[in-house]
Design a protein. Sequence first.
Length: 265
Amino acid sequence: MFERLRREHGVRSVLAHNMTVTPRNVGEVSEVVRACRRMGFRILSFQPAAFVGNPSRWRDDYRALSPDDVWAEVERGAGMRLPHGIVQVGDERCNRTAYGILVGDRWVPALDDRVRADHGARDAFFKVFRGVDLTGPRALVVVRVSRALVRHPRTLPIGALWALRFVLRAGPLRLLRHGARPLTFVMHSFMDAAVVRPAWEALQLGERSEDPQVLAAQERLEACSYAMAHPDSDMLVPACVQHGVLDPEANQDLARLLPLATALE
């Protein structure tokens, strides 16, 4: 459908597949990866379930499911190890991301954490393109990239060597035969509302909790890369706080403002 939309109307899209993972469906994760990676998705995202929202729906022991369990199933579906640590977004307890290219049926990592030179390429990329918007019209992106490279000409050989390593890693003949399509694997692990609330309240008071679980939650909230602007203040609110602390309060206010009987009428 989306290929037809682009072909007939020129509408481009970036498609992401999201799956909430529980103890009941964790065994399906690997098959989801195998089935969906050739469907045109650019992102395959998995979220281990947390105790957030309506308590009557908490029927599983979500804590029995660790992020390592989920990521292992994603790797099993991909048929290979997924090097997520070389580019860390936020706290590792919250996020894991593996960037790469799908060449035929084979996923090839853009950066391999076991290759020392790839670490140097990563550092050079963030140095050169820090603050550069790589989205938008293609011609404008080319101008932005060219301007950044002119300011840092010494990084050109680093980029060229990385490109050579990547082509060899993917296989030149396979690239010519199948082409390449970006495919990113992502896992977001949200926190239970019961631990987020005391962690957030203590942070607002400038306090550090002595409870290990609450302290860990504070560390994760401080490192959050998935924050949102709160409409009633000038604060950036971590997603776990929004979903686990502020949403329930907002829902109560909405229930009073829009009672069910009135809504049905």
